[in-house]
Design a protein around this ligand. Structure first.
Ligand code: HPA
Length: 248
């Protein structure tokens, strides 16, 4: 356990995760190209934590243009073992309020045309990874325990539907996703989770619920999103602080 090295992959609205002192910054190249930004190692409490903003510094890379393979490979190259992904999502239904957070336990991938593997025999050996449980059980459990330790509500489990974006969904698409069993919708959950598994990285997602999915609520999605982001982000930060203070 002592060799565990954690990275946070930040998403929309989480790029300014309150990190401590900057310890190291590395511009890494990978067989798949460059990651979204230099990797930065910061002090969070007493822990050294890597941080990578998925959409780049200043948030300029659209979900379908993120180089997920380069991002995960770069983290792997610097010795990261565990990735905690922050993903903004819309919610279907009422189980978790907007402004809350969820740790999903399943994924359905609706994305297309993205480099979705680093184990296809062309680059890396051909492997058919077991993806029955797409998120790492022990990392999810550690995060949930950290939430409980500070009395923070973090919904345990749910199906993440990864859509292509960058547009939001139609009401009919959301209804179909709901029939599929999807509870939260985001644009960046895949292929990130699968490539992490291919590289042998533990991976879990903290989903920031920032809006009701299209057709599920009354108001303007973007207004809701702006309003809820601060609340969800504060919850995610609280969870991460608890997680890193619990980690040896
Ligand atoms: N759909 C897809 N991606 C999202 C949403 C949504 O409603 N909210 C935040 N990211």
């Amino acid at each position: 356990m002592s060799a565990r090295s954690v990275a946070i992959v930040g998403g929309t609205g989480t790029g300014d995760f309150a990190l401590g002192e900057l310890l190291d910054e590395q511009t890494v190249d990978t067989p798949f190209g460059k990651p979204s930004a230099p990797l930065r190692q910061c002090l969070v409490g007493a822990q050294r934590v890597w941080f990578l903003p998925r959409h780049g510094d200043g948030h300029h890379i659209a979900p379908h243009l993120v180089n997920y393979a380069a991002n995960l490979s770069a983290l792997h190259q610097v010795g990261v073992t565990d990735v905690v992904a922050l993903n903004a999502v819309g919610i279907i239904g009422r189980r978790v309020p907007v402004g809350g957070i969820m740790l999903p336990d399943q994924i359905i991938d609706y994305t297309w045309g993205r480099r979705h593997t680093v184990r296809d025999g062309a680059c890396g050996s051909l492997e058919h990874i077991d993806f029955t449980e797409p998120y790492s059980r022990h990392l999810r459990q550690d995060l949930l325990a950290a939430a409980r330790s500070v009395g923070l509500d973090a919904a345990d489990g749910g199906v993440y539907g990864a859509t292509q974006g960058p547009r939001l969904e139609t009401a009919a698409e959301v209804a179909r996703l709901g029939r599929d069993g999807v509870e939260i919708i985001g644009m960046t959950g895949m292929p990130e989770a699968a490539i992490a598994r291919e590289l042998g990285l533990s991976y879990a997602c903290i989903a920031l619920i920032v809006n009701e999915a299209a057709g599920q609520g009354e108001g303007d999605i973007h207004a809701q999103l702006r309003q809820a982001m601060t609340q969800s982000r504060e919850r995610a930060n609280q969870l991460l602080r608890a997680f890193f203070s619990a980690k040896e």
